[in-house]
Design a binder for this molecule. Structure first.
Ligand code: ZN
Length: 306
């Protein structure tokens, strides 16, 4: 009897473990177009570093994956989830930027024969930060990083490349970068759907880093707006329309730049400039407390040293 109880206890622990295991579910955005909506918090062991959105497009001639995820294991989970909707092989992976969750799963997809493509400026960013990203994720994820190594894309495009694959038209566009220098978007003109990569953050606070540029980001955003997408799969946050992307990303960046430009012009100190910023419209965004002051100071420094 005691033995049976132990077995039941063991099995129920397994069941609980499974309930909390990190899984990925494809969300249908349009016919043959799917997104994976990641956690909007920070990178954790529970989300396996997958705190971003990725996606894939099924064509009559293979699958195109948008971003390979942060680790070998997450990439494998992405592939497993793809196989629940199609038997087509993964033909290509697009890395929409140089952040860890956009490309550190490349090794897995390369091992299954996919070709990996990115905008040209992404390479220098990946080479400069890959080791650091790996170290950072190892600290958070430990053994969940098994098998993960930085694997560069196989080839690069400059401003744009149009893929015509098995009845789908897929446009890869690089504007001016912003969040990272190699940011690009995946535009599906027939479906009116845009995978924005890290050029759009909604529901959560975006991040302006020293290796990025708020000016370039706004320039890229303006180019992206001209596409007039009906639906956006943002880099982070839920699937949205252009108006929400404008509010949560563009208008926030505009506010930071206009306020900080005035402070720099007036020789105001950084602390006062941050404290007098009217940030009320953005306080409800997730991660506001951990990122807003950091963003404001990076934009101040960017404007001080243009
Ligand atoms: Zn990101």
């Amino acid at each position: 009897m005691i033995r049976l109880t132990r077995i039941i206890l063991f099995l129920s622990c397994l069941a609980v473990g499974d309930a909390f295991a990190f899984t990925l579910t494809p969300v249908k955005v349009a016919p043959d177009v799917y997104a994976f909506i990641g956690d909007t918090g920070m990178r954790t062991t529970d989300n396996e570093g997958m705190n971003a959105n990725t996606g894939f497009i099924v064509t009559g001639d293979g699958v195109v994956v948008i971003d390979s995820g942060p680790t070998w294991q997450v990439a494998k989970k992405i592939h497993r989830a793809i196989k629940t909707v199609t038997s087509q092989p993964v033909k290509m992976v697009v890395n929409t930027g140089g952040q860890d969750h956009r490309w550190l799963g490349n090794g897995y997809f390369k091992s299954i024969g996919a070709e990996i493509v990115a905008a040209r400026p992404a390479l220098a960013d990946m080479q400069a930060r890959g080791g650091m990203q790996l170290d950072g994720l190892r600290q958070t994820l430990g053994k969940k990083m098994a098998g993960t190594q930085p694997v560069n894309p196989d080839r690069f495009f400059d401003q744009s490349e149009t893929l015509r694959l098995g009845g789908q038209e897929i446009r890869l566009l690089h504007f001016h970068g912003g969040h990272t220098p190699g940011d690009s978007v995946v535009w599906l003109p027939k479906q009116n759907v845009l995978f924005s990569g890290d050029l759009v953050f909604v529901d959560r606070m975006l991040g302006v880093f020293p290796f990025g540029s708020s000016r370039d980001w706004l320039d890229s955003f303006a180019a992206m707006e001209k596409l007039a997408p009906k639906l956006i799969v943002p880099g982070h946050g839920n699937i949205c329309d252009l108006a929400q992307a404008q509010h949560d990303t563009r208008d926030y960046l505009r506010l930071l730049r206009s306020h900080m430009a005035q402070a720099v012009k007036d020789w105001g100190d950084l602390e006062t400039a941050i404290n007098t910023l009217d940030d009320g419209a953005y306080r409800s965004l997730r991660n506001f407390d951990s990122l807003h002051r950091f963003n404001a100071s990076n934009v101040y420094l960017e404007l001080e040293n243009p």
